[in-house]
Design a protein around this ligand. Sequence first.
Ligand SMILES: CC(C)(COP(=O)(O)OP(=O)(O)OC[C@H]1O[C@@H](n2cnc3c(N)ncnc32)[C@H](O)[C@@H]1OP(=O)(O)O)[C@@H](O)C(=O)NCCC(=O)NCCS
Length: 188
Amino acid sequence: MNCGQTLVGGDEDRRPGTGVGFGIRDARKQELPLLADMRKRLGELLKAMHPGLWELSAGEMARQQERYAEVIDSGKGRVLVAADRWDVPVGMIVVRLLENPRIEPGRLGRIDDAWVEPEWRRRGVMRALVRNAAEYAQERGYDRVMLDWSVKNVASARCWRGLGFDPMLVVGMAVSSELVEASKEGRQ
Ligand SMILES: CC(C)(COP(=O)(O)OP(=O)(O)OC[C@H]1O[C@@H](n2cnc3c(N)ncnc32)[C@H](O)[C@@H]1OP(=O)(O)O)[C@@H](O)C(=O)NCCC(=O)NCCS
């Protein structure tokens, strides 16, 4: 089982709460307010970066901690954090094991809510979180892992591509009234 604390690199200095680096471990329930705040800041960043992109409803935002607790309790996912030398989370990722018998592959690991505190970026934190999420999925027979990102989020696109995610699908969005108008114009 890969639950509990997971070490990255096997280096003493990288254990959560020790040394100068960071370590990867499961989130603790008392940390959920901090993680919900990270998710809130991710939403704000995406809203500023990509106006018009859908966002979490206020209700969903309010029950974010509950949602993370459900993942932790489900046994079908993990909320992973990167913790600094004081064992304080400085980055997070949520990985869930999804099953959909209508598609192949029907077992898919899904990553969401990826965030690294600004002062910790470009130090391999997300690489380590993704590696742990991928190991978790692989060990349970989920041989594919997916996530999505906004086309306007250039840093994250570089990050995901750099970590090995292949972009596969583009989601198109239009204003329905504009589509109606455009189709009228097209008819003339
Ligand atoms: C995107 C984000 C998660 C990356 O986290 P990170 O810890 O800085 O990433 P890492 O240091 O592990 O970098 C992994 C790889 O991603 C790439 N990368 C990461 N940030 C990058 C950037 N700003 N520009 C270019 N490449 C970048 C690099 O290829 C890097 O590999 P390298 O170290 O061999 O160069 C972080 O910038 C972040 O939290 N951004 C705001 C929230 C966000 O956009 N989340 C994703 C939502 S889909």
